[in-house]
Design a protein around this ligand. Structure first.
Ligand code: PXP
Length: 398
């Protein structure tokens, strides 16, 4: 067995049993092409790693990882001994967990990075040798981790916050507060990478003034949701959002109820897309996870689709939720294969968003109601950060 673990750590690592650490390290050895070599992984705490750091590197402080190569790199002249030892890697679990927390990573992801870093040291890489060596080691680490976490075909999904519900509260009294423009800035400060607003024909929440101001203040990306209605199309062409998402719109509905039937109105929607394309505005179509709608969206030249996650979120049993999830996963794959960029949204909350966020094909999640609802109790900044953390953790699941 190439990986031996020597654990001096008192507690189990949350969500990461020793067998999984061994599995991770073996995958890394394989990726590095040295799976026939032995490595000892020593898991310890800050006090012990500090002693080792002091003794062997004259640094009287704790650190995250130390590597002790058996020889200088992979010395071929040792081959006659029959020894296949790379050396020892010592990891402080105290520091690994602190780093995981502060970098918003799962313990598993942090441990993988530390083992990869330690292995590269054992193979002769050294970031302390020169700036060039440091840069090279970073590249090696990134490539290695990308290969290990290769399930994603695009980076972690971005979080776009829909601030319509802030406007709904404002409209309840018809006054000036709370202001969705102010809310959008807080969301961005908390880490959201986009702001979504739906300018409805009946102006029940977002007003024209909001979209014009948001165009001037949003620093990330402004996604304007809208029905394919001429009056709203003119406003969109005037403000030029970063993305237009076309949705079906019925006056009586409480919220967008289903996806657009693109297949049934290809001609009309193709014309709208053409108009927006001419104005330099990319278009996304909000569709159900249905192959016919993906095909139609592709045929009429949409750049994005937003897959409707509502049925998955509303499922009343685990079995039904699994079925809906599979439809979304398959539809997102299919759209991505056809060259469409894929977003997702509707009904996502703190309990169900992680599974969708873990899909490797999803670029952005558009979330409104659950975040604004939570904000009433935690504040908007915290509510956005809590959702971001869920998305971030979903990324590192296998
Ligand atoms: N995406 C689209 C196309 C929507 O219409 C909505 C609701 O306005 C959302 C996402 C956000 O849904 P929720 O408010 O349920 O998070």
């Amino acid at each position: 067995m190439p990986i031996a673990i020597s654990s001096h750590y008192r507690f189990p690592i949350p969500g990461l049993p020793e067998t999984e650490i061994i599995e991770l390290a073996e995958r890394l050895l394989k990726e590095l092409g040295v799976s026939h070599y032995n490595v000892t992984l020593c898991l310890t705490d800050d006090a012990e790693i500090r002693n080792l750091n002091h003794t062997y590197r004259y640094k009287n402080q704790a650190t995250n990882v130390l590597s002790f190569p058996f020889a200088e790199g992979l010395e071929e002249d040792l081959s006659y001994t029959g020894l296949r030892e790379l050396g020892d890697i010592v990891i402080s679990i105290d520091t690994a967990l602190k780093e995981a927390y502060s970098f918003n990573q799962s313990p598993k992801f942090r441990m993988t990075w530390l083992i990869a870093h330690g292995l590269l040291h054992l193979l002769g890489f050294d970031h302390e040798r020169s700036a060039e060596d440091a840069a090279n080691m970073v590249i090696q680490e990134k490539q290695l981790l990308n290969r290990i976490f290769k399930t994603r075909s695009c980076p972690m999904p971005q979080l776009a916050i829909n601030v319509d519900h802030i406007a709904t509260i404002r409209q309840a009294r018809g006054g000036a507060e709370p202001d969705p423009v102010f809310a959008a800035s807080i969301c961005e400060l908390a880490g959201a990478k986009g702001i979504v607003v739906h300018l409805r024909e009946d102006r029940r929440h977002i007003q024209d003034r909001d979209v014009y101001l948001l165009r001037k203040t949003v620093k990330t990306r402004l996604n304007l949701e809208m029905g394919a209605n001429n009056e709203i199309i003119d406003i969109a062409c005037d403000i030029v959002p970063d993305l237009v998402t076309l949705v079906p719109e019925k006056r009586q509905e409480l919220t967008t109820e289903g996806g657009l039937d693109v297949a049934a109105q290809k001609k009309k929607l193709a014309k709208v897309i053409k108009k927006f394309t001419k104005a330099g505005i990319p278009v996304s179509l909000f569709i159900d996870p249905d192959p016919a709608q993906i095909q139609a969206s592709h045929d009429i030249g949409a750049q994005f689709v937003e897959i409707h996650t509502g049925r998955y979120c509303d499922a009343l049993s685990e079995k039904q939720q699994d079925i809906e999830f599979d439809l979304i996963a398959t539809a997102a794959e299919e759209a991505s294969r056809r060259g469409l960029r894929v977003n997702g949204g509707h009904g996502l909350n703190y309990q169900n968003a992680d599974r969708i966020a873990a899909l490797s094909t999803i670029e952005e999640l558009s979330i409104g109601h659950s975040v604004i609802s939570r904000a009433a109790f935690t504040g908007l900044e915290q509510a956005v950060k809590d959702m971001l953390q869920i998305i971030q953790n979903a990324q590192v699941r296998w």
